[in-house]
Design a protein around this ligand. Structure first.
Ligand code: PGA
Length: 254
């Protein structure tokens, strides 16, 4: 099975409804029918339903940036999987490093969020990645292995399209500092071999593993040409039509 590259824009806490419309229609008008690439945008919760409506008849898929572990009830501020699904999402980002760092999400909580995503038939884009301190003390592989093992524990499915992994070294997110091609290659191969152990080798060879961390239109072609890289999760550069479109185009040339 060919792994179709996936280019996902994580808008984070950006974009009013008005701005969302300009961005998503701009992408749609610039690329009418992309070849062999899947495009996903992750608006803030307030814009999901609106953006889903705008892209309904296009190739663009919508993701949420987070999901509650609860299905419904007295959990002020939380958004459940059924609400996300009902608003038109196919994907949900789980365990982004900003959630781990600023909202104290643990591996166990992320495991529960993975279960919530499955319950509501949402495809999780599970983010893993080490901090700078962890890389400098040589712990990056242990950290990523632990993050994968805990987040994926209890995963029943063997369908490689039911999960996406995003390797995002924390020190490369929003810093303008990307990992080197060697570091990316090495970690992606490691993630695949870890998945072979945690799940199974066929699944590991078919699941998509994205890279994220200061990806832009200048470095995307080189990153996306790496054998074990199946797309990118993009923050800052996904907020500008021209940047995001040229990253999508760089994925189709590989
Ligand atoms: P960045 O963010 O592209 O702005 O570094 C990536 C991410 O957080 O997913």
């Amino acid at each position: 099975m060919n792994r179709i590259p996936l280019i996902a824009g994580n808008w984070k806490m950006n974009m009013t409804l008005y701005e969302s419309k300009g961005l998503v229609l701009g992408i749609h008008y610039a690329i009418k029918y992309p070849h062999d690439v899947e495009v996903v945008v992750a608006p803030p919760f307030t814009a999901i339903s609106f953006v889903s409506g705008l892209v309904r008849s296009s190739y663009i898929e919508v993701a949420a940036q987070d999901i509650s572990t609860h299905d419904a009830g007295a959990f002020t501020g939380e958004i459940s999987g059924s609400m996300i699904r009902g608003a038109g999402c196919r994907y949900v980002i789980v365990g982004h490093s900003e959630r781990r760092q600023y909202f104290f999400e643990t591996d166990d909580l992320i495991n529960q969020k993975m279960a919530a995503a499955r319950t509501h038939k949402l495809i999780p884009i599970l983010c893993v990645g080490e901090t700078l301190i962890e890389r400098e003390r040589g712990a990056c592989f242990n950290v990523v292995e632990r993050q994968l093992a805990v987040a994926l524990s209890g995963l029943q499915t063997r369908d490689p399209l039911s999960l996406v992994i995003a390797y995002e070294p924390v020190w490369a997110i929003g810093t303008g500092r990307t990992a080197t091609l060697e570091q990316i290659n090495e970690m992606h191969a490691f993630i695949r071999s870890t998945l072979a152990g945690v799940i199974d080798p066929v699944f590991a060879s078919q699941v998509r593993v994205l890279y994220g961390g200061s990806v832009n239109s200048k470095n995307s072609a080189a990153i996306l040409s790496l054998g074990d890289v199946d797309g990118a999760l993009i923050g800052g550069a996904s907020l500008r039509v021209a940047e995001f479109v040229s990253i999508i185009k760089s994925a189709t040339n590989n």
